[in-house]
Every structure is written in C-alpha cells, then in structure tokens.
Design a protein around this ligand. Structure first.
Ligand code: SAM
Length: 333
C-alpha cells in the first residue's frame, strides 16, 4: 500500500520516492527532431508556476522525503532566474542533490555561476559530433557552443559531466563508437539513451529505434569495456568504463529493458502538474488547487496520491505511441 513513512513516500510497489524532476519551462532554443520537431503550443504564461510557487511545491516535496532534484525542461537555462532559484534550493534542509539536464548551448556562459549556486552535476544533450548533423537534429547551428559548454562544465567541477546521446538508427548510430571513445580522452560520462516514441510523429516508427543491447554490442567491439560498481545516484544507467578511460559509459534502455522496478521519481511539469510516470499521461494538477489556497498539508496529500498512481511499469510501446499526448518539453525529460 502507498504510504508516507518515516523514510518518506513508499509507493504501492515498495519503491521509495525521493527524486523529483522539475521542468522549469517548456521553452527551448532548440527543436530537436526526436523531442520537439513540431513546436508544441506553448503553455500560457499565466498558467506557468512562478518561481515562488515552484519553490513552495519543491519545499513540500522535500518535506516528504525528496532528496534529489533535477531541473530540466524545455531548456532550464531559458528561464530567467534559474541560477538564483538554485541558490534558494541549496539552502533547503533535506535536499542533498541538485542537478540539471541542459542542451548545453548556454552552459559556457553560466557554468561557474551554476556551480557556485549549488548545482552538483550536469547532463548535457549531444547526439552527434558532426556540426552539420547537429544542425539537422536540433534546427540550430550551435554545435561549438555545446562543446564549449561541456569544457566549461568540466573545468568548473560540475562533476561528472554526462553526455546524453539519443541513438536513432540510420541517423546517428554510426557515431556510437566515436561518442564512446570520448570517454577515454575526456572525463565525460556518455549515456546512450534509447529513442522513445514521445510527442513526435517524425520518428515514431520503430525503424528509428535501436535497443541498448545493440548499442552495447557496438561499444563492446572497441574492446576493454568493463562494468563499474553502481551507487545510488546512478539512476537507471548500467555503468561501464573503457580501458584507460577517464570517463564512463552508461546505457539507458527505457523501452527495451524497463527499469520501472527501481523508479524513485515524480515529475513536476512546466504547467505545474505532478506526474507519476514520464511515459503515461496521467497527472495531478497542483498549481490550480494551490492558487485556490490549498494548505501545505493538502498539497502533501496530492504528492502522496501521485505516488499512489505509479504503476508497476510503463505501458508505452511503439504500437501505442500516439497514446501519449504530453510533449517531452513540458513534462521535462
Ligand atoms: N533542454 C534540455 C536538454 O536538451 O537536455 C533538457 C530537456 S530534454 C527534453 C531532456 C532529455 O530528454 C534529453 O537529454 C533527451 O535525452 C531526452 N529526450 C527527449 N526526447 C526523447 C526521446 N524521444 N527519446 C529519448 N529521449 C528523449
């Protein structure tokens, strides 16, 4: 049974919910073809939680045992005030870890401030090392900005710097090995992510999909791929290191190998809904009840309800992909 215990929220399947992903905004300066190829309609400004409202919701989550926050989006650095917001979060008692997923295009400008504000680590999305292909994937000519962002993040100690690569068959799978080799020369943790059929018709056919088993085989061909012992901040990635590597390799198989049994997450969307699962449209409106004057205790009950709605595992597959109506940028990937 779902319950709030001395450990925090424990859901129906005995999963301890201590991780909140927060979509800071549905705005993004890129339009990645696997994420937001047709710009979804933007959430009306007045519907977006203010930073004050967002802080209150996070504070309530932390009082229920959330210890880790990831700021995402959209592009979190597109929202004004994100750095000061991190500073405020840093002082929240009980919150141990503040991380971010970013497209990296603005990280070179903000890396030091982010570190100083209290960000512990950063994941930067980069799906190709070819600047022309980068433009075709993202719609923008900003490959070198992302590369500078990666260097700046390493230099200022946002450690580890992870690179998220969404592998799309026939499009960037020819770069798997090259991307893996980056982890030898640089201290990057490369995370190969299976393409998920979310919010896009463009690549929603199974032909774009490459399972992590296949990606792993390609990386293993380089030789010397060794497992690394996991710790509790690893999330769903299986971790490895190439011989002599400064960094690591991780594989995230959201479609082919469910990691739902260890899912410890809730997601706060850019529109202020609490979502039990990335891959299901079910969500609970927090912002409207909060604006109607709900007390913290009543909002806590909504958090516990959201955890109660977590299913044993997600049901998304390629034949029912259109069932998912919410876009990745508003949910927060
Ligand atoms: N703007 C930031 C960025 O580009 O990293 C944060 C938001 S983005 C939605 C976060 C992550 O979502 C990306 O790293 C990407 O891996 C993941 N993502 C988006 N669409 C995806 C898809 N269709 N399949 C797999 N991963 C996806």
């Amino acid at each position: 049974m779902n319950a709030y215990t001395s450990k925090g929220i424990v859901d129906t399947f005995n999963r301890h919910i201590n991780y909140l992903r927060v979509s800071m905004t549905d705005r993004c300066n890129l339009s990645c073809r696997y994420c937001a190829p047709f710009r979804p309609e933007l959430i009306k400004k007045e519907k977006v939680p203010t930073l004050e409202e967002l802080y209150r919701l996070i504070e309530i989550g932390v009082s229920l045992g959330i210890t880790k926050i990831r700021l995402t989006g959209g592009e979190p650095l597109c929202r004004k005030g994100t750095i000061d917001f991190i500073k405020r979060l840093r002082d929240l008692e009980g919150l141990k870890d503040i991380t971010m997923t970013s497209n990296g295009t603005m990280v070179a400008n903000y890396a030091e401030q982010l570190k100083e504000a209290g960000l512990s680590r950063i994941n930067i999305s980069l799906d190709t090392l070819d600047s022309n292909k980068f433009r075709r994937i993202t719609g923008a000519d900003l490959f070198s900005d992302v590369w500078e962002g990666l260097s700046a993040a390493v230099q200022c100690g946002l450690n580890p710097v992870k690179i998220n690569m969404v592998v799309m068959k026939g499009f960037n799978d020819d770069e798997i090995e090259q991307m893996a080799e980056l982890s030898i020369k640089f201290p990057f943790h490369i995370r190969f992510i299976e393409y998920m059929p979310i919010g896009t018709d463009l690549l929603s056919t199974q032909t774009s999909f490459m399972p992590v088993s296949e990606i792993e085989k390609r990386v293993a061909r380089l030789g010397g791929l060794k497992p690394v012992a996991s710790n509790n901040t690893d999330g769903p990635a299986r971790r490895y290191r190439l011989e002599g590597g400064q960094g690591e390799i991780g594989f995230i198989g959201s479609m082919s190998s469910h990691f739902c049994s260890s899912c410890n997450r809730l997601r706060l969307t850019a529109a202020g809904y609490l979502r039990p699962c990335l891959l299901s449209d079910e969500q609970i409106n927090l912002i409207e009840p909060m604006r109607r004057g709900l007390s913290d205790t009543e909002i806590k009950k909504l958090f516990i309800l959201a955890a109660a709605k977590k299913k044993r595992e997600h049901r998304l597959n390629f034949s029912n992909s259109r069932v998912l109506k919410t876009s990745m940028v508003s949910i927060g990937g």
